[in-house]
Design a binder for this molecule. Sequence first.
Ligand code: HAM
Length: 420
Amino acid sequence: MYKAPRGTSDILPQEQGYWRYIEEKASSLCQLYGYERIDTPAFEDARLFIRTIGPGTDIVEKETYTFEDRGGNPITLRPEGTAPICRAYIEHGMHNQPQPVRLYYFASIFRYERPQKGRFRQHQQFGFEALGSSDPTLDAEVIDMSWQLFASLGMGHLSLLLNSIGCKLCRPNYLERLKEYYSQHIPRLCPDCKQRLKRNPLRLLDCKKPSCHDIAESAPRSVDHLCPECKEHFENVIRHLSLLGIPFEKSHRLVRGLDYYTRTVFELQPRGEEGAQTALGGGGRYDDLIEELGGRPTPAIGFAAGMDRIVLNMKQQGISPYPPETFRVFVAYLGEKAKAESVKLTAELRRAGIAAISSFGDRSLKAQLRHANALGVPHTIIIGEDEVGSGTVILRDMTKGEQKPFKRGEIVHVLESMKL
Ligand code: HAM
């Protein structure tokens, strides 16, 4: 028996309501903030991601789906959505548009991770990016928007964690302080952190192992080592967030798992689970990324939320999406002439915008009504030979079990007015 590959899942019809609900809320939020939709391919040149996410990151080292296509080109299935947006920004000369350019996307993301609750090998992200300004009000806008996303979904009990990890001018000095500090604790570090100390010291701070946690708590803080420009920027972000009434907590251990970030980084986590790998979304500034990819210097900031985790969290919080459209009509028939009439009527109903399902085969009326009940359809139209002869149909209310005849020529209209 074939099964969906490990770390992937099917989104069955009964689950779709959650996904459409999130998509609708997210799209109208973007509309409200002036963001426009963009779709990029599910795979890109592998070098795009190595360069942007960082060669020493877990994602690039262990998690990408990378292969050569039949033409010998190195390909990677999209492991995140920001680098492709930057590639598109450059490729389509978006620097010629009014800045910042505000874009949003829904995208399947592929990471070869160890599957567990809320962690999959294919997941779906909703993200938005504002490219072309370093103004801290834009940081506040993007963070506000992230916060409002969850508010519009009715989700509470969330913490917004905020940090600044400085820029290419002040970070090297900070990393030196961090390495000095960690060098005194090497024997107590987990094997991964011993590697991080050599290759990616910033990531030492967000190690999830309890033994490393204590060491990280007392580590030097990036916010204490910012250059004057980054310090002022961070203060302004905080000022604007306070102005907007967004509750945030400063977290000096928040560094994010991708190497392209500069200055502001932030994450939204279920309250009480801060520090665990359960973030519902995260983002930050990446002021050097577009230039590194060959574009002009273009500061930018963005955010992405994991839709699979949002669905899990909505269920935990008992939040129901919109109920599915229930007004549907089942058309049952008895006999050959009635069958033809039922096919015709089903088509007429659909053309009038009424969801309709025709019966099939050669079954008793009882079997057909059982089928309609199993589908949860509120109304069934019954057409027998007599009805064909008299130009009528029977409309049965499946909940009450009551039925009434109507003229064939009027039934579409009757159902239309019932739907209103
Ligand atoms: P990220 O934190 O790697 O950031 O992913 C964003 C969100 O996707 C996470 O907070 C989480 O909810 C979800 N997620 C990540 N990995 C998985 C997984 N294996 N299974 C299920 N959900 C997952 C980014 O990808 C950045 N591109 C965000 C960004 C946009 N930064 C700036 N702009």
